[in-house]
Design a protein around this ligand. Structure first.
Ligand code: NDP
Length: 381
């Protein structure tokens, strides 16, 4: 074809170059979003590192949600975030959430503040009549989690915990394999979740303060190992024994919270598991030691690039998977549907409370230096 009009095809005939309608194209993986009137309005509470890098972009990419509000203690920052993402100034609130109850554009509040400040924000949002997605861990202790659940019952509103791995394609594929029996017998599992804490970083300041975090590496990222194995194996441990370790450092980063935690778990079926967490190294993996094959998620719970490896005597296989980033949008769409259509929440507040009970049991075992027995809800027997 010549590159100047009139265009001619290979046979020399003049081609008509004009706009005209054509049939539907093939829609590859593109899922159509809900029309704006059906999408749920989300307000993000706490505009820190995770909120701005992952949560807000996910809400804006989701099919069932729209970013409708912001809640922050820093009005200057909030104004800039609102301008960047198209949130109207009238839907920017401080932590009193004064006026939120009258804001019909907001259905759901996503709480992304330090662990011990979840309760204040979750309760305020519930009292304003909003449903709540709360970041993990649900709280800094189990009593706080129970108070939030009482507030949800009183308000008649839903609470979901942001366990994003339950929406991550590689984790979902592994869970399906366990359930279908494709791994054979799985009598042993391990999971290690470590990431270096940075005493210079703003986002790690509160993590080093027990009053704000509730604990160290086990509370912050060990919870992925704990929650992940329970979800993958579909049973709650019956007994456990734990140890923690906090080396002295010149910058005092481990003065209040543990650097390392190690836990041995025994499940009702007899399965054994060993989990660890740390604030020094960088690794997040889950290994299910099946009789055919051994399945390894490495990384297991990264923001992107998680990978499932299946190992047999014949070598390794790497099953293809959708991108890991789907986990962020997946949990936003799931909770939107739960609120709008009433579907069951996959990671409900009860799961968050169970994990808080288990974390308390882990710290109790570490401080007593002995095995502890657990109830079905993860609390100390
Ligand atoms: P950041 O420190 O980056 O952000 C926390 C934000 O909370 C602050 O920017 C601030 O927002 C608000 N805040 C209110 N009161 C305080 C206070 N006293 N001290 C510090 N911040 C305060 O933390 P992260 O974003 O890393 O973590 C926030 C929550 O998200 C935690 O519960 C954490 O466990 C969870 N998280 C979950 C992840 C996941 O993968 N699901 C990953 C990372 C974190 P503002 O200035 O707007 O008031």
């Amino acid at each position: 074809m010549n590159d100047a009009p009139p265009y001619r095809d290979a046979g020399g005939s003049i081609l008509q170059v004009r706009a005209e309608g054509r049939p539907e194209p093939a829609l590859d993986d593109a899922e159509r979003p809900q029309p704006p009137s059906r999408r749920l309005g989300w307000a993000v509470c706490g505009l820190g590192h995770f909120a701005q890098n992952y949560a807000i972009p996910a809400i804006c990419r989701a099919n069932e949600a729209r970013l409708a509000g912001l809640i922050s203690g820093n009005p200057v920052k909030a104004k800039g975030v609102a301008a960047a993402w198209g949130v109207p100034d009238r839907s920017v609130y401080d932590y009193s959430m004064c006026g939120l109850a009258d804001d019909d554009t907001v259905d759901i509040v996503y709480v992304i503040t330090p662990n011990a400040i979840h309760e204040q924000n979750v309760v305020a949002a519930l009292e304003a009549g909003k449903h709540v997605l709360c970041e993990k861990p649900f709280a800094h202790d189990a009593a706080s989690a129970r108070r939030m659940m009482d507030a949800a019952r009183a308000a008649g509103r839903k609470v979901m915990i942001a366990y994003r791995a339950h929406f991550e394609p590689n984790n979902l594929a592994l869970r399906a394999m366990v359930r279908s029996g494709d791994l054979g017998e799985v009598w042993y599992a391990t999971s290690d979740h470590h990431r270096p804490i940075d005493p210079e970083a703003e986002r790690d300041q509160w993590r080093m303060k027990r009053a704000l975090s509730g604990g160290g590496s086990m509370m912050d990222i060990g919870i992925y190992a704990l929650n992940g194995l329970i979800w993958l194996l579909d049973e709650v441990p019956r007994t456990l024994v734990a140890t923690t370790f906090s080396p002295e450092t010149a910058d005092g980063r481990f003065d209040e919270v543990e650097a390392i935690a190690q836990v041995q778990l025994v499940f009702p079926s007899g399965r054994r598991a060993s989990i660890s967490s740390g604030y020094v190294a960088s690794k997040k993996r889950i290994d299910l030691w099946g009789s055919r094959p051994v399945a390894v998620l490495d990384p297991a719970t990264a923001y992107r690039g998680n990978r499932l490896v299946l190992t047999t005597q014949d070598g390794d296989q790497f099953p293809a998977s959708a991108p890991s980033e789907q986990q962020f949008v997946g949990q936003v769409d799931h909770f939107s549907r739960a609120v709008r259509d009433g579907i069951d929440i996959l990671t409900p507040a009860e799961m968050g409370l169970r994990d808080m009970n288990l974390l308390e049991a882990i710290y109790a075992s570490a401080s007593r230096g002995e095995w502890v027995a657990l109830n079905e809800d993860g609390s100390l027997r």
